[in-house]
Design a protein around this ligand. Sequence first.
Ligand code: 13P
Ligand code: SF4
Length: 376
Amino acid sequence: MLLPVLTAYEKEHIAERQPLPQRYLRLSDEEMDVRIAAAKAALGRRLVILGHHYQRDEVIKFADYTGDSFKLARQASTHPDADFIVFCGVHFMAESADVLSADHQRVILPDLAAGCSMADMADLEQLEMCWNDLDQMGISRIVPVTYINSAAAVKAFCGEHGGVVCTSTNAAATLRWAWERGDHVLFLPDQHLGRNTAFKMGVPLDRMVVWDPNEICGGVDADSVERARMILWKGHCSVHARFTVKQIDSIRREHPGVRVIVHPEVSWEVAQAADDAGSTEYIIKQVTDSPAGSMWAVGTEIHLVNRLARQMQPGRTVLSLDQFGCLCSTMFRVSPNHLLWVLEGLVDGVVNNRIVVPDDRKHWTKVALDRMLTIQ
Ligand code: 13P
Ligand code: SF4
């Protein structure tokens, strides 16, 4: 029998993951809808539900606020009245919410197995080793910038070393901020967001190097690092890595006049071939604000694309750039069954699946996240 392959995140958290109780398994959609709405009503202002744009329809329809990572991080810091923040998204988002919310608030992730494979591509030990290697190479004036898709420990390291967290919304402004403070940016864990953003700002590809955390000294020599403005961590999103230039060429052939918009986690080649790129919130805004009759091919997670396609009807046409659709399987783990379970638990005074960033990490993580919220 083939055993499932666990991500690093799942291996670390498997022990604390509480299984969904049997009684929450085989419920009809109608029953779940009624019970979720009832639990929400019973909790009233004690509860805020945040939903990321990649969530399924049957979950996101219960969100009080929807958004991209930046918008949701801000929401997490602006509802001090709520005792509970239920985060329908993935683990790094819930961790950031825990750090940005007030001490009395509790943040809940409906399924603890909802991680992010990209965030798993950088851990604190590797980052410390990289920092040390760069120092040994004689590279100084480096500002560490971590994408919000990273563990709290990585964010804390950046905060403590004069760096910051960014999202796809404020990546360009963050690079400007960082270059005012140093000569080199160490950007992790998504090499694509780092490269696409810096290139758009005029940094040529030959002033960027890729740091492979699995190679000795990142697999790069000191001279190329010294020349580099961007030191890009070798990480990526496996969902967005599926989009190809071939898909863009073929959709343009099939639908002349189509505009192609992608998330900046796609490869550089795909970003160059597309008409536009931006965060999930940006994509939604561009499509929504486009003139009637527009046609779009969207390169991001399929739940957002399908929802946008429905919402834009009639008037605008929205297609997925990947004809087979691109699913983020960890976002998909948050089911209405899980949402119902955690909400009914709260009504009964039981907090399931709470996300807590340890106190010794909280301070510097907060420094890095607070800096993020000031940069736009
Ligand atoms: P946004 O911040 O653009 O919503 O992106 C989050 C994410 O995980 C994209 O894969
Ligand atoms: Fe992580 Fe990619 Fe899923 Fe976003 S789409 S949460 S980067 S695995």
